[in-house]
Design a protein around this ligand. Sequence first.
Ligand code: ACO
Length: 447
Amino acid sequence: MSPQPTTAPTAKEQGARESLTITDNRTGKTYEVPISAGAIRAMDLRQIKTDADDFGLMTYDPAFMNTASTRSSITYIDGDKGILRYRGYPIEQLAEESTYLETAYLILNGELPTAAQYQDWEYKILHRTFLHENIKTHMEAFRYDAHPMGMFISSVAALSTYYPDSAQISDPESRLIQIIRLIAKVPTLAAFSYRHHRGLPYVYPDNDLSYTGNFLRMLDMMTQVKYEPDPVKARALDVLFILHADHEQNCGTNAMRAIGSSHVDPYSAMAGAAAALYGPLHGGANEEVLKMLTQIGNIKNVPAFIDKVKKGEGRLMGFGHRVYKNYDPRAKIIKRTADQVFRTTGVNPLLEIALELERIALQDEYFVSRKLYPNVDFYSGLIYQAMGFPVAFFPVLFAIPRTVGWLAQWVEMLQDPDQKIARPRQLYTGYDARPYVPLYARGNGHA
Ligand code: ACO
């Protein structure tokens, strides 16, 4: 018998402990801190003190670059391999086979619905799409050219005044009603904000249509007796909604959890999450991509633009990601969806420039060595523009599907015994105590 190859035993096989030994060089003392799931608990560092009066060691981590703020079983991302999964299901399969409402059920409940569960869920959502008439009046009061995202955020917050029962955040039944209301009503709020922005009369929902078919009708309906949503556009929106449904602890979701941790109602918390999404570094990046492509203007200007980016004069918008160091899996799917949309709408003339940018960047040492690949925003703006949406509406189109992610993460936070009110520490850098100086004694300048 030939000898079996041997490998050196791993540290674990040798009986190594799952812990970290820390020596505090200030005192010479040594501490052993347990490691669990690849992390240590920051609170375990508090015992590390120079003397009894010392507060104890903290970690300093602005922007949460290396801090897990929660355990979560909703969304998994492997940024190096370009993997995104909801509840274990690959995003590619969901985008191919599922619908947004089915994916929303999965994200909230952890399992795909049975046929009966799906029918019940879909019925409940599609029959709660109407808004109280006073919400409409409230929205009508916005300035004629109000930004749709500002209208959306304020109207989501206003919903809490219509549903005071939503303060019962510990009651699972009440939570479920608010979740159904929010998922059902966000397309109506979004469509009203869009019609307002364009100076058009608001269109009421049609509950016989699908989630995205009804949304398209509320956006586009003019004088038709019967509006038939374009199936290609409705499916493309459904796919885009699936891709944007959740993305673990991003800026908006972190805001949802932090605000929700004070036990405020979900409408108020979600208004805060949507406000976080509004920023150009988050849900507003696809708008920046369109501006950049328009500014480049012609495919022949692409090499000069790339050279400027490499010299540090501006960024290639829609490229790079804090977590993905590989092709963003959502960008791949969006690129395919764009081809289908362009077949019915005609090709967006900016697409040629985008493709050339991508072609050059993916073989250029600057982008390759920094692992900069197209992210979700690189192509989504092109589809939205081809579908006729104004740029100002893009963040609203992101907020509609993200609603379910925010709500699933909110429920997970409320049910997690490890969670408390979110309240970070700070490293104080200001003055020590100093006596108050009365106004008459302050002179002309600062003391
Ligand atoms: N174009 C050119 N260079 C870039 C880009 C880019 N888009 N992104 C990063 N780099 C470079 C940086 O200059 C830096 O280079 P250096 O090491 O020589 O200094 C290196 O790559 C690392 O960049 P960081 O800024 O440290 O990476 P970080 O993880 O903090 O930033 C971010 C991620 C904000 C997404 C960044 O890549 C970026 O600004 N991209 C453009 C904006 C964008 O598309 N945002 C959408 C993100 S997806 C979403 O939020 C839904």
